[in-house]
Design a protein around this ligand. Structure first.
Ligand SMILES: *Cc1c(COP(=O)(O)O)cnc(C)c1O
Length: 490
């Protein structure tokens, strides 16, 4: 299967490209994105077939249906990376919290957040393509705290790839920072920037577009790519766990095969939610996809009013920082799927030039057939963390907690809900400690201990170990010096 472009084709590029091309060069004509020409139809037959399959068997069969230009042996090798998760035979446990409410835990990988679900196999596939082509890549990653550790972990010591990871110094939790600055792979460079996440992301976009930077790389025989979720190579791995979570509910006799469920997704760049939407289109029985946000609630406003409005909007810092985002890149793939490339090109053009677009009434009702949404502020989120823990005995992180609000406001209670948990409590411990015991401004190490005592949950060894590992990545620089610093490393 080939991949086509959300804003149409500018004639300088081929009309369609292979999967390999789409992941090595993720930006398409007119600044658009790549999407599959069509989605494989799986239907109930596929679900029945995989009722008793392992995660890897399910994944291998689903990926095979896409007929991409990657050999099955490479894919199966990449899927073996799920063996690094806490429970290799079930990397994504689905846990009942209370009547009709289930949590799908996507954080049991090596860096304790859901980015591992896609980045682990993605790293293996990308390195394999680079080797086969005899090319060398520099992968840029800008992170607010979860993508960075996951990208470093997956590309560490892999052939034909180097990584430069940019993070805002002082803008991440201690655990997130230590996960990055203690990474010692020879092909990894971690750079702290005196600034905020947007500075890191703007630097990344500038470098991706800079001919000067690219020709400096070319002299060293290096090509440039990026590991963020505009890359379809990440999205394809994010369809699998939605199907898996549904099958888990059938296995647990919580639902019967064919029964519809809500998928409730804490959303930022909309990659996770897009995976749910594609899963639905491929045959998963879904009642609706519910999009949960924090105070940066552009997605709630889009789904409730049809307006994507960034005029007078600026990002605010919240207790769920991985969702502090205004330009949610993967919404574009939904626009394309529902309204076609001409309309998508117009709408995205309006967003870029006017910071605003508005769907027509019929388009909005089309969108609302698939999605509903609500947002949850930090104080409400902490209350949900507290009550879900003390009443239902379930501990959740601040991103997952945003789903509790939309679960209450957007879903019919006799329909089962799966909410997706995107991070382990260990990554955001100061907020959680505050929610549980009221302690304020604790350092991570103190907060981890007090949550552990309160909840009887153990701090995983990989998190505890971070505090005594040597710090090997020491660069903290001004944002003007990023390019120089990267070239020095290469
Ligand atoms: C990245 C991330 C999200 C947002 O996921 P998207 O796919 O970008 O919508 C939510 N929660 C956590 C903890 C994350 O790391």
């Amino acid at each position: 299967m080939n991949f086509i472009q959300t804003r149409g084709c500018d004639k300088n590029r081929p009309q369609s490209v292979t999967f390999s091309e789409a992941i090595l060069n993720p930006i398409a004509s007119f600044g658009g994105l790549y999407v599959p020409e069509s989605l494989p139809e799986l239907g109930e037959e596929f679900l029945v077939k995989h009722l008793n399959s392992s995660y890897k068997e399910l994944a291998s069969d689903m990926l095979g249906r896409f007929e991409i230009d990657i050999e099955k042996s490479v894919i199966d090798e990449a899927l073996k990376l799920y063996d690094k998760f806490d429970n290799p035979s079930n990397p994504v446990p689905v846990v009942k919290v209370k009547e009709n409410l289930y949590v799908s835990e996507l954080y049991h990988g090596p860096t304790r957040a859901f980015k591992d679900m896609a980045l682990q196999p993605f790293g293996a596939v990308l390195s394999s393509i680079a080797q086969k082509r005899g090319e060398h890549y520099l992968i840029l990653a800008a992170t607010s705290g979860d993508t960075g550790p996951a990208a470093l972990e997956t590309f560490k010591n892999r052939a034909n790839v180097q990584v430069a990871c940019l993070y805002p110094d002082g803008g991440t939790s201690d655990v997130q920072r230590l996960q990055m600055v203690t990474e010692d792979g020879k092909n990894l460079k971690v750079i702290g920037i005196r600034g905020v996440f947007d500075d890191a992301q703007n630097a990344l976009k500038r470098l991706l577009a800079s001919d000067e930077f690219k020709s400096a790389l070319k002299e060293k025989n290096i090509l440039l790519s990026a590991a963020n979720s505009v890359n379809f190579g990440r999205i394809i791995f994010q369809i699998i766990y939605h199907i898996h979570s549904y099958l888990e509910l059938v296995r647990q006799s919580a639902i019967t095969m064919g029964e519809k469920v809500y998928l409730n997704v804490p959303s930022g760049n909309f990659g996770n939610a897009l995976g749910a939407y594609y899963g639905w289109k491929m045959g998963l029985p879904v009642e609706k996809i519910i999009i949960s946000s924090n105070e940066n609630n552009v997605l709630t406003r889009l789904i409730k009013t049809g307006k994507y409005d960034l005029r007078n909007s600026h990002v605010v810092s919240t207790t769920s920082p991985a969702m502090d985002i205004l330009k949610s890149s993967n919404v574009e793939r939904i626009l394309y799927d529902m309204f076609g490339y001409e309309r998508t090109k117009d709408l995205m053009g309006d967003l870029e030039s006017k910071n605003f677009y508005e769907l027509s009434a019929t388009e909005l009702s089309e969108l609302q057939k698939s999605f509903d949404a609500d947002f949850c502020n930090g104080e409400e989120g902490k209350k949900y963390i507290n009550t879900t823990f003390y009443k239902d005995g379930y501990l959740m992180d601040p991103h997952t907690a945003t789903c509790m609000k939309s679960y209450e406001t957007c879903s019919k209670k006799d329909v089962k809900s799966i909410i997706y948990s995107t991070a382990e409590w260990t990554k955001f411990s100061p907020v959680i400690a505050n929610a549980l015991t009221g302690e304020v401004d604790a350092e991570d190490i103190v907060a981890l201990e007090s949550i552990s005592k309160e909840s009887n949950l153990e701090i995983p060894a990989m998190v505890k170990g971070l505090f005594s590992k040597p710090i090997v990545q020491k660069s903290i620089i001004e944002k003007e010096d990023i390019e120089k610093e990267i070239l020095k490393f290469l």
